[in-house]
Ligand binder design. Structure first.
Ligand code: SAM
Ligand code: SF4
Length: 332
């Protein structure tokens, strides 16, 4: 290892989220406008070999876990090959992927064989009509088929992410939580974050994790602390008395509680920028030096600068969203 990445607050950065495309086959209402977003130019997107080199540099700096995301990472052609290239890097302990699941069924087996360890799948509803309305163009049956294929392929644990929105899907939190018991899935509820073009929608639809938790305890009984491999800012719980095979329940609250104190991550966008935080104006261009033939030390320096720019916590109350700050661009 060529040094470790510590930020100014003594947090060691071990986790890199890599967005491999800004494109997506869906248009979730909380993430993208109906017409999509202005897309990155093809030549600006990092090629597989470039991603591999940057991940290798990051591993040399103490990164041990990488998550591929997007946009929709499975919409990028050749993703299985990319997984194979990254999984072969010595020192990488965990390679995971976040997906909407709709393209996963035919790929799950190949991804697992290529070295992918696990997947997080976004699933905001169990009702087909609602799924179509929230994603604007997706089919629930495709996402469910993706989850089943992932399970069959041995991608484990299966984590399900649900963004909770008032009067859109908040009446389903109990149904989703029940799946942790019935299917062994790890179900994580996510607070709606004011990213992208519709911060007003986020304010109107926001449901706090305290409220979700209270609702679950009312309907399903008390929760007790649990642990699940690779859990980040989700606080992890299980239903009291749940059988040992049951999955867990997590709450990811970016807004109502600060999880920044333990943040150990860095983001790399599909066009080769390092973002210290989702809610930060700081971005560091690592693609230009990479393409100009920079040596490893020069690239490590860009990573160090990005980490040095990590603040103590986000200041969302002062943060103004811009169209460029969408999850699909920076990588959720
Ligand atoms: N397309 C993949 C998917 O949907 O899982 C990966 C990228 S997506 C941007 C990653 C995660 O960000 C998803 O779980 C999605 O629900 C979440 N997300 C996107 N916009 C969000 C928002 N405004 N608030 C909270 N979560 C959001
Ligand atoms: Fe696409 Fe994921 Fe954003 Fe939905 S949340 S529009 S699936 S990138």
């Amino acid at each position: 290892m060529t040094g470790a990445l510590y930020d100014a607050f003594a947090r060691q950065i071990r986790y890199l989220r890599v967005s491999i495309t800004d494109r997506c086959n869906l248009r979730c209402i909380y993430c993208m406008p109906e017409e999509g977003i202005p897309l990155m130019r093809h030549e600006d997107i990092l090629r597989f070999e470039e991603i591999r080199r940057l991940v290798e540099i990051a591993i040399g700096l103490g990164i041990t876990r990488v998550r591929l995301t997007g946009g929709e990472p499975l919409a990028r052609r050749g993703v299985v090959e990319l997984v194979r290239m990254l999984a072969a890097l010595p020192g990488l302990e965990d390679l995971a992927l976040t997906t909407n699941g709709t393209l996963l069924a035919p790929l799950a087996e190949d991804l697992a064989r290529a070295g992918l360890r696990r997947v997080n799948i976004s699933l905001d509803t169990l009702r087909p009509e609602r799924y179509r309305a929230i994603t604007r163009r997706g089919e629930l049956s495709d996402a469910l088929a993706g989850i089943e294929a992932a399970q069959r392929a041995g991608l484990d644990p299966i984590k399900i992410n649900m963004v909770v929105m008032r009067a859109i899907n908040d009446d389903e939190v109990t149904d989703l939580a029940r799946l942790s018991l019935e299917r062994g899935w790890h179900v994580r509820f996510i607070e709606y974050m004011p990213l992208g073009r519709e911060p007003a929608l986020a304010r109107e639809r926001f449901v706090s994790m305290q409220e979700v938790r209270a609702r679950l305890e009312e309907t399903l009984g008390p929760l007790e602390p649990a642990h699940v491999e690779g859990s980040g800012p989700a606080r992890t719980w299980r239903l009291a008395g749940a059988p040992p095979m049951a999955g867990t329940i997590g709450f990811i609250s970016a807004l109502s509680e600060h999880f920044c104190a333990t943040c150990n991550r860095l983001r790399l966008s599909a066009d080769g920028r390092l973002f210290p935080c989702l809610f930060s104006d700081v971005e560091l261009d690592v693609r230009t030096p990479l393409r100009r033939g920079a040596d490893d030390e020069a690239l490590r320096q860009v990573f160090r600068q990005a980490v040095a720019a990590k603040g103590p916590g986000h200041q969302l109350d002062r943060y103004v969203t811009t169209t460029s700050h969408t999850m699909s661009r920076i990588g959720g």
